[in-house]
Design a protein around this ligand. Structure first.
Ligand SMILES: C[S@@+](CC[C@H](N)C(=O)[O-])C[C@H]1O[C@@H](n2cnc3c(N)ncnc32)[C@H](O)[C@@H]1O
Length: 523
């Protein structure tokens, strides 16, 4: 890959450094292969996003500032940070910048952009010293997480940065990857590399530092990031979340299909416990409307409930969403409290081809096979012949481990599209719906059951109505960037008192689901 950088003039300084870094970064990205970029998680930040992230830096009265940019790329975020410090007259006189970049071929581009920035800053009376480390950020710094255990010893030796700004690489790594091992204290299962960048950076930040990252939203909830959230949010406290409404638009030109989130955080202090502490939340569709985001503030305790052992992050973008989160968080029970369990359907069709059938006969020993499509608009319908999905599974000794007894259940679809209006789609299933002994549940269905007994009709109807309600749907949507509805998350979701669930269920049984005004019945 040869890029003619010398033709990219930097003599007249007519461009802002962010725009210059973007222009030469794009030249590099256009010449690099998709494979190369994918391997390094290399998706460069567009100008409006870099400007927005730079604008989040707090005003501080300090003449010398240290900036860290892990995974610096063409340095657009460092340029954004420096431009913001200078144009806002923060009193800065010297900047020391440390960047990490693994892609050696990109380094001439990075150097070119940083020299341009240095000249631009010099013309404004500010000096820039920059060091680009051609090493793996995680392998070089992962030890700071281990040292967490002997906090005081490590704290005094760690380098401190006033600003840590990054768009880190995003991809999953194996748990035996040396990078996962270097950051093992925040790793559970197969980690995403971006979370390791975030955790380590939090430890490298000064007491009064600014942490500004753009990443996928997936860390906000879910069991795989729980350990990360525990460690990370014990160290930092969010000041501002910016969410993008569209998956595509933040990084449009690289077609990144992630739901992106910008986080501005500070180190956790005594003040973070303040009951009335607030978090800024802003929202834009993509990068083009980022200069005019919708803004609001929420209480920190509604964004991260201090009593929540799962440390789930809620990002309400309206007052109504915030009220619903607070309301649902006030419910004190969950499925487990009522000895209910949620599990994933055991039938994986491609492994069960010899058992599953388009046609069948229950009297002849075949059992109904239930898929996501059988759960629609809060209702259960079976069989559905028009959808070309096998609706039966044979019952014999070999298929028995795939079957569940015909009892009352709540079925919940395991997947939803973000664009879909509802994320939680469930229906009650009552054993009298189909006169049979066994049921086959396909793997894209989660089902609520009671392992040591059976859930009652009222419970099935009540739990399903609550899962289908705008209350739990909003609760889920504001915390979860994934289209997957994991059983673990539903298991821990708050539920109201069992007497209320039963009351809702019995009203539905007698008068139909339309008759129930959850708004007035739910606490
Ligand atoms: C998502 S890109 C962002 C680049 C730049 N910060 C920006 O915002 O445009 C992430 C960068 O991190 C680099 N990178 C990937 N893994 C790295 C690692 N382990 N250590 C340091 N840099 C890494 C990639 O080569 C890529 O340039």
């Amino acid at each position: 890959m040869v890029i003619n950088l010398s033709s990219q003039s930097n003599s007249h300084q007519s461009e802002r450094p962010v725009v210059f870094a973007d222009r030469i970064g794009r030249l590099y990205a256009e010449a690099a292969t998709d494979e190369h970029k994918k391997g390094l998680g290399q998706y460069l930040t567009p100008v409006p996003v870099a400007d927005f992230m730079g604008s989040l830096i707090s005003a501080r009265n300090k003449s010398r500032i240290r900036i860290l940019d892990p995974g610096i790329g063409s340095s657009i975020l460092s340029c954004g940070a420096c431009e913001s410090l200078i144009t806002r007259n923060t009193g800065v006189k010297e900047v020391e910048l440390v960047g990490y970049e693994l892609d050696k071929k990109l380094l001439p581009t990075t150097q070119k952009a940083l020299h341009y920035l240095k000249d631009w800053m010099a013309a404004r009376g500010v000096t820039l010293e920059h060091i680009i480390k051609r090493s793996d950020f995680i392998l070089e710094n992962g030890h700071v997480l281990q040292e967490n255990l002997s906090l005081f010893a490590s704290e005094s030796e760690s380098p401190k940065y006033d600003i840590v700004i990054s768009n880190p690489p995003y991809f999953k790594i194996g748990k035996d990857d040396p990078r996962a091992m270097a950051a093992s204290s925040v790793v559970h299962g197969q980690p995403n590399i971006y979370a390791l960048f975030m955790a380590i950076s939090a430890y490298l930040m000064d007491e009064k530092g600014d942490f500004i990252f753009i990443t996928p939203r997936s860390y906000a909830s879910g069991p795989y990031f729980k350990r990360f959230r525990e460690v990370f949010f014990s160290k930092v406290v969010p000041e501002h979340f910016h969410i993008f409404g569209s998956r595509k638009e933040a990084f449009d030109r690289d077609s990144v299909l992630q739901e992106n989130l910008i986080l501005h955080a500070k180190r956790r202090t005594e003040h973070s416990k303040d009951h009335n502490k607030t978090v800024k939340i802003s929202f834009s569709q993509g990068s083009n409307d980022l200069s005019k985001p919708v803004k609001r503030t929420a209480l920190l305790k509604d964004v991260i409930n201090p009593k929540d052992k799962n440390v789930i992050i809620f990002i309400p973008t309206t007052d109504e969403e915030e009220q619903i989160i607070a309301r649902v968080n006030s419910w004190k029970s969950s499925l487990h409290k009522y000895e209910m369990e949620i599990s994933t359907g055991p039938v994986v069709p491609f492994r069960a081809t010899k058992f599953i059938r388009y046609q069948g006969d229950i009297k002849n020993g075949e059992a109904p096979l239930i898929w996501m499509i059988n759960v629609r608009d809060g209702k259960f319908s079976w069989p559905l012949r028009e959808r070309n999905k096998e609706q039966y599974i044979i019952v014999d000794d070999e298929s028995m481990p795939l079957l569940v007894p015909n009892r009352n259940y709540v079925f919940l679809r395991r997947f939803s599209a973000k664009e879909e209006e509802k994320r939680l789609n469930s229906s009650a299933y009552l054993k009298n719906d189909i006169p049979c002994k066994w049921l086959g549940l396909e793997n894209h269905i989660n089902y609520v059951h009671r392992p040591d007994g059976e859930i009652t009709k009222e419970e099935a109807l009540g739990v399903s109505a609550i899962l289908n309600s705008r209350f739990l749907d909003t609760y889920f949507r504001t915390s979860n960037g994934n289209t997957q509805v994991s059983a673990t998350e539903i298991r821990d979701m708050p539920l109201p008192d069992i007497s209320i669930i039963q009351k809702i269920g019995s009203k539905i049984e007698k008068e139909g689901v339309e008759s129930v005004e959850l708004e007035s019945i739910l606490p």
